[in-house]
Design a protein around this ligand. Structure first.
Ligand SMILES: C[S@@+](CC[C@H](N)C(=O)[O-])C[C@H]1O[C@@H](n2cnc3c(N)ncnc32)[C@H](O)[C@@H]1O
Length: 247
């Protein structure tokens, strides 16, 4: 299946994604009574929503991320009746159903071109009921060059995983992100894993234009997962949009 840049790092994903956004997305799911999680990854957000007894459809292209998701569900078999996993990407997934609420976290940056963004947003729009909500975050401020820097340590017994992140702009539209994971056992470096991925560069105006051109009306722009309004030029932009009438 499609390479999304998580082939070698999926097993470490949950150790380092510290975004405090589960309650934020859960609050919409609770209000709307269902959720469509696009780019659901390891189920970091889908699973807490399922635990609130909310039916959740989780779309994810990466086999490696899905494997992590399935491992977690295997530990919680009571959630299977509420969970639909779909291996597909945002641009092409097809479900015979329309939703009241869809969301993406950490996914929009993976769309590399305006065409990709348009395909994904249009396809999501098709899957929403009229007035249905799309909520997603985009990390505008992270789209710049940075040398490889420490980005977290996770310890499990005698094992320590050290993560490093660096980024380099390739042209004015794409940024290459390098992740290094150093694995230490009893203070000895036993393995080094390198994972390359790419992110699309887009500014606030560009995101808003693309959302509006794909059949949505923007309802709110937030700057944090506590519903704080967005202030221009802040790193994190969260879009809350509703589907306008028509398909
Ligand atoms: C930063 S992770 C976020 C995972 C999850 N949403 C979370 O917040 O824990 C980004 C996810 O987007 C997925 N992804 C990348 N390109 C995608 C695409 N075109 N369509 C849907 N998902 C995609 C990746 O495979 C990965 O699982």
């Amino acid at each position: 299946m499609t390479k999304t840049g998580y082939e070698k790092s999926a097993e470490f994903y949950d150790y380092f994604d510290m975004k405090d956004n589960i309650d934020f997305f859960c609050s919409y799911a609770l209000r709307e009574g269902e959720a469509l999680d696009i780019g659901a990854g390891t189920g970091r957000i889908s699973i807490p929503i399922l635990e609130k007894d909310i039916k959740t459809w989780s779309v994810e292209p990466s086999s490696e991320m899905l494997e992590q998701f399935i491992n977690k569900l295997d530990e919680k078999p009571e959630l299977n009746r509420l969970s639909e996993l779909v291996q597909a990407d945002a641009c092409t997934f097809k479900l015979e159903r329309k939703f009241k609420f869809a969301f993406m976290s950490g996914v929009f940056d993976h769309f590399l071109t305006n065409k990709d963004r348009e395909h994904a947003l249009t396809n999501i729009n098709k899957h929403l009921e009229e007035g249905g909500l799309l909520v997603f975050d985009v990390f505008i401020g992270l789209m710049k060059d940075s040398s490889l820097k420490p980005a977290g340590i996770h310890k499990i017994d005698s094992k320590e995983i050290r993560r490093f992140v660096g980024s380099k702009t390739m042209d004015d539209k794409t940024i290459k992100v390098t992740l290094i994971f150093e694995i230490y056992e009893d203070d000895k470096l036993v393995e080094e894993i390198k994972q390359i991925s790419y992110a699309g560069i887009i500014n606030q105006k560009g995101v808003i234009e693309q959302v509006e051109q794909s059949g949505f009306q923007i309802l709110n722009l937030y700057g944090n997962y506590d519903f704080t309004p967005y202030e221009n030029n802040k790193e994190l932009l969260i879009i809350e949009a509703k589907k306008l009438s028509g398909d």
